[in-house]
Design a protein around this ligand. Structure first.
Ligand SMILES: Nc1nc2c(ncn2[C@@H]2O[C@H](COP(=O)(O)OP(=O)(O)O)[C@@H](O)[C@H]2O)c(=O)[nH]1
Ligand SMILES: [Mg+2]
Length: 316
């Protein structure tokens, strides 16, 4: 264990990979590892990158890595895939788009497949983020492949969220309708080389002006092209100024505190679930189940008595 912790702290790629597999598979040494590294975390800037498939998130990450590397920063990338095994192809594509950096030891790229994980994607994601943080990655980029729940979870795991959009697909309407727009701190309109991107920029800026959310005024809309690299320097500039603004206004600390609260809650949830599973699986409920089947008793009454028993046991 000490060796693994030392490996992580010194930024050893193999140790980092091994540790991430450990949290991904919920291995037995996971908790000890996370306890050990806790005092090394809290230095990274965590940037969530979300938006519809095909918007150019992975391509954009590829150019962001380049820019951050020019500044001498270590960059960690986690691609989060909560969906089916069939998206393996998409992740492979992501890897290809980021492979310019595959030989650079200051760039760490990993996709997290966390299907069926107790506690969902969020627990494994936040654990993996901590490992990269402890390993000294100044910038951590989180990319979601899916939409929906994964997007909410990426917001919770990040200091800053980039919402990547492309004009011309009716995204504006979709985004406004679904309320997804609220999750972005910076709106990135990508593929600005290709289509009428300024129109979407105007639409979003107009929307932000009208928004009752008082923080909406501080949100920026940036045009980029991950193909030509245009706009990427202004994007980095906006990321920095938003981060500094969040820090000054205490927003960053609020987000981190919320994250800690939710983490404790998730840990407790998974513990309780585990304890319920142990009680339930370790026992033969045949007679109770038969009674329920024969309408002698109802499932709520049985669940109540099991729950009472668990509470008593935890008190002793
Ligand atoms: N023209 C143009 N194409 C882009 C740009 N960014 C990404 N693409 C292309 O859009 C497709 C999807 O990109 P990808 O990064 O995989 O999108 P993701 O699903 O959001 O990660 C790929 O074929 C990219 O080459 C851009 O700025 N301009
Ligand atoms: Mg992608």
């Amino acid at each position: 264990m000490n060796e693994l912790v030392e490996g992580i702290i010194s930024g050893n790629t193999r140790a980092i990979s091994k540790a991430i597999s450990l949290v991904e598979n919920d291995g037995p040494d996971k908790i000890e590892l996370l306890k050990e590294i806790h005092r090394y975390v809290g230095e990274s800037v965590i940037i969530g990158i979300t938006g519809p498939p095909g918007a150019g998130k992975s391509s954009l990450i590829n150019v962001l890595i380049k820019e951050y590397r020019k500044q001498g920063k270590k960059v960690g990338i986690l691609a989060i895939d909560p969906t089916s095994p069939f998206t393996g192809g998409a992740l492979l594509g992501d890897r290809l788009r980021m492979q310019d950096h595959s030989t650079d030891e200051n760039v760490f790229i990993r996709s997290l497949a966390t299907r069926g994980h107790l506690g969902g994607i969020s627990l494994a994601t936040s654990d993996a983020v901590k490992i990269l943080d402890a390993a000294g990655f100044e910038i951590i980029l989180l990319e979601t492949v899916g939409v929906g729940q994964a997007e909410i979870e990426i917001v919770e795991a990040s200091d800053i969220v980039l919402l990547v959009l492309v004009p011309g697909y009716g995204d504006e309407i979709q985004v406004l309708k679904a309320g997804i727009i609220e999750i972005g701190d910076i709106y990135v309109i990508n593929k600005a080389d290709q289509m009428d991107a300024t129109k979407l920029k105007t639409t979003i800026e107009y929307y932000l002006e009208l928004s009752p959310d008082k923080n909406a005024n501080h949100r920026k809309v940036v045009l980029t092209s991950s193909l030509t690299g245009s706009g990427v320097d202004s994007l980095i500039h906006e990321i920095n100024s938003t981060y500094n603004f969040f820090r000054k206004k205490g927003i960053l600390n609020e987000r981190r505190k919320t994250r800690i609260r939710k983490e404790i809650l998730r840990i407790l949830n998974s513990r309780i679930l585990e304890s319920i599973n142990q009680t339930f699986n370790g026992r033969n409920f045949d007679s109770s189940i038969n009674k329920i089947l024969n309408k002698k008793i109802d499932p709520y009454t049985i669940a109540d008595s099991i729950f009472e028993e668990m509470k008593k046991r935890s008190q002793t």
